[in-house]
Design a protein around this ligand. Structure first.
Ligand code: NAP
Length: 230
């Protein structure tokens, strides 16, 4: 049975991805910063639970130890993410950008490093990085696209960085399938539920990337409708 861990799965896209992957027969570790919220969500869906804050070394290390003590790991879904402070560009401080990168970029590096030994023991290691169309340099510089009208320094650049991490990991770990996905604009707490898609639609690409075959694509960026331009 495929064992999967999803960061930030107490709510939103991570929660729905957990529900769908459990329904598809995967053994899922749900994780959350808040153990009470996370445990409750996991109990409701029939998942395993481990506390995990992607910004904390001790938390990530302890989570990796817990998983190693009970199961292996085949699929790692780096879903946890924040917008951070979305100030006007001239008002955005280095601290604002750093805060967003702590979760969306450095947090992912921390989690991948901690779970690398477990993934290496899997027959078919998979990493899914939950990115965004707002991280696409192509789309955000195309005046015809809505993504070009959302101008900010921290969130979009963090997702561009995540895309590059995806590309680099895919080259260093040719036996892994490492892909970035764009959920699309989805109603969750992240955007005050202004998104136009349901969480079902928003998790289509996450579920597809988490279910990729061992000889499937790696080093790609895609959404529910297909390939995304970097
Ligand atoms: P959400 O409902 O706000 O969920 C975000 C999740 O990340 C929550 O579980 C949150 O936990 C967790 N999280 C935040 N900081 C964390 C940390 N330091 N350590 C561990 N977990 C942390 O947002 P969402 O829309 O489902 O977002 C999921 C992913 O999709 C994000 O990476 C986001 O950038 C991406 N995305 C979303 C959209 C969209 O339209 N919704 C579009 C493109 C990409 P708490 O409950 O503790 O805060």
């Amino acid at each position: 049975m495929t064992t999967t861990l999803i960061t930030g799965s107490n709510k939103g896209l991570g929660h729905e991805a957990a529900r769908r992957l459990i329904a598809a027969g995967q053994d899922v570790w749900m994780t959350a910063r808040d153990p009470e919220q996370g445990k409750q969500a996991a109990d409701e869906l029939g998942a395993r639970f481990v506390q995990l804050d992607v910004t904390e070394d001790d938390s990530v290390r302890a989570a990796a130890d817990t998983v190693a003590g009970q199961t292996g790991l085949d699929v790692l879904v780096n879903n946890a993410g924040i917008t951070g402070v979305l100030a006007e560009v001239p008002d955005t401080t280095p601290e604002n950008v750093r805060e967003t990168f702590e979760t969306n970029v450095f947090g992912v590096v921390r989690v991948v490093r901690a779970f690398t030994p477990l993934l290496d023991r899997s027959d078919a290691p998979v990493v899914v990085n939950v990115s965004s169309g707002l991280g696409s340099l192509d789309w955000t510089s195309d005046p015809e696209r809505l993504e070009s009208t959302f101008v900010n320094l921290s969130y979009s650049s963090s997702k561009s960085a995540l895309n590059m991490l995806t590309s680099q990991w895919s080259k260093v770990y040719p036996g892994w399938r490492v892909n970035a996905v764009d959920p699309g604009y989805t109603a969750t707490d992240l955007n005050g539920h202004s998104g136009t898609q349901s969480v079902q639609e928003g998790t289509d690409a996450i579920v597809a990337a988490a279910s990729v075959a061992a000889d499937g694509p790696t080093g790609t960026f895609f959404g529910r409708e297909g390939a995304r331009p970097w």
